[in-house]
Design a protein around this ligand. Structure first.
Ligand code: SAH
Ligand code: SF4
Length: 427
């Protein structure tokens, strides 16, 4: 989502009198767009400001979730002029001009203004072949470890019409793959584009939205992320089975495999309920693959409870997963819990979990050997003539080619499989 927001900030500024340049050394204005989900991201901000600031710098703006969480404390760090939240970046040109003209010295803009933000954003430009589109923002789930409901605000779903318009714009200028994004896309309930009998709220859910998007000319692949297990419906599984452009790969984070910890986290489901959803999904869509997020060392987590997470992983069989040590976030309920887990125990648990996850990842990569897959190439590799693309499972696939493959879909036969990427040749 921060990649999406950053691109929209560039669109907004370049539509006004500003220009994006390649080298920060020559920049008058430095903009930092931040994440606050774990502690490290906030620490990086302050060291990056020190590193990138030069004598030429006239304005430093810090945006995103660190700005939203720190409020005016952010100005304790010397040199920062503007602090803007994730919902106010449409006003950035105005704020930068106020600082440049000397009208103001410091500006704090942290309102939750989703409606106005999306309606003020200009047309998309400078895009890649694979693009994100925000459909939903904010979260009402209040998982006890998480800052998102406080930094991104309450749930907001963009109207269907706006999402379709943005995707059509992207497809018209070359995008081929679209990823619908939101903190919890499965609770999407955006204003419908027309009134339908029997739909008293006149909103569409994600299932209907996907079906509408899938019909758009030029769209080759469609993804969405992130899904909350408790909101994942059987209907959405059926949409997967009937919608060829929708990839057979879904990120459904579970966080823990232990029922007591899941309850303390306020996730709203048990480990078994989660596993049952995965197996129902596999029944409906036999080629579906899953990825997940995990948090180890949540307050009071015992060794046995951590073992339940390892057991869940062994049963769920993920293609890839992301795992993190629990990070204390200010003003969240978990931060106030007694029984915080020491860092060395979190480290050990993370190591065990990551080794377990890697085994399945390698196993999945190997299962592709000899198979032909359609790859969308979007990067050049480190070696000459090397191109890197993604398959439907978001795995990086490397090939050699004399022809420039960027932006192309090609069938590739996989002939070698490493831990993190696979190699192949064009067929
Ligand atoms: N909305 C998504 C997650 C968004 S945050 C969901 O509910 O699944 C992305 C991931 O960061 C989470 O899935 C979680 O694994 C991790 N995360 C969030 N807060 C964290 C914290 N305080 N410490 C460690 N990891 C955290
Ligand atoms: Fe955070 Fe996701 Fe829970 Fe929302 S559902 S509070 S974004 S972890």
């Amino acid at each position: 989502m921060n990649v999406y927001d950053s691109k929209r900030i560039i669109d907004t500024l370049t539509k006004s009198e500003f220009e994006q340049i390649d080298n920060s050394k020559n920049a008058d204005i430095l903009i930092f767009y931040t994440c606050n989900i774990r502690e490290k991201a906030a620490q990086k901000l302050y060291s990056n400001i020190g590193f990138l600031k030069t004598k030429k710098t006239k304005v430093i703006a810090v945006g995103g979730c660190v700005a939203q969480a720190e409020k005016d404390l952010i100005f304790n760090h010397k040199g920062i002029n503007i602090s803007f939240g994730p919902q106010t970046y449409h006003r950035l040109p105005e704020h930068i001009n106020d600082i440049l003209k000397g009208k103001k010295d410091k500006i704090l803009d942290l309102e939750f203004d989703q409606d106005k933000k999306f309606s003020s954003l200009p047309k998309r430009k400078n895009i890649s072949y694979s693009e994100f589109v925000t459909i939903q923002e904010g979260c009402d789930n209040f998982c006890t470890y998480c800052v998102v409901p406080y930094t991104r605000g309450r749930e907001y779903s963009r109207p269907v019409k706006d999402i379709i318009t943005e995707i059509k714009e992207l497809l018209a200028i070359g995008a081929k793959e679209i990823t619908l994004i939101g903190q919890n896309v499965n609770s999407y309930h955006g204003e419908a584009p027309y009134i339908t009998i029997g739909n008293s709220r006149n909103t569409w859910r994600i299932e209907r939205l996907i079906q509408e998007i899938a019909e758009l000319d030029g769209l080759k692949r469609l993804r969405y992320t992130t899904s909350h297990p408790k909101d994942f419906t059987t209907e959405l599984m059926e949409v997967h089975a009937n919608t060829p452009v929708l990839v057979p790969f879904v990120h459904i984070p579970v966080q823990s495999g232990d029922n007591r910890i899941l309850k303390l986290m306020n996730r709203g489901h048990t480990a078994q309920e989660y596993l049952d959803k995965l197996s129902k999904f596999r029944d409906i869509c036999p080629n579906i693959q899953f990825s997940s997020d995990f948090i180890v060392g949540f307050p009071t987590e015992t060794d046995e409870e951590f073992e339940n997470t390892v057991k869940l992983v062994q049963e769920a069989k993920y293609t890839i997963s992301y795992s993190f040590k629990y990070s204390r976030r200010k003003n969240t309920p978990a931060d106030r819990m007694i029984g915080q887990i020491p860092e060395d125990i979190k480290e050990k648990r993370l190591d065990i979990l990551q080794k377990t996850l890697l085994k399945d990842q390698i196993c999945f990569n190997r299962s592709l050997l000899g198979k032909t897959q359609e790859i969308l190439f979007d990067r050049i590799g480190r070696k000459e003539k090397q191109y890197i693309g993604k398959n439907v499972f978001l795995q990086s696939v490397v090939v050699e080619s004399d022809e420039n493959l960027i932006g192309q879909f090609r069938n590739v036969k996989i002939d070698s499989a490493g831990d993190n990427s696979v190699k192949g040749r064009i067929v």
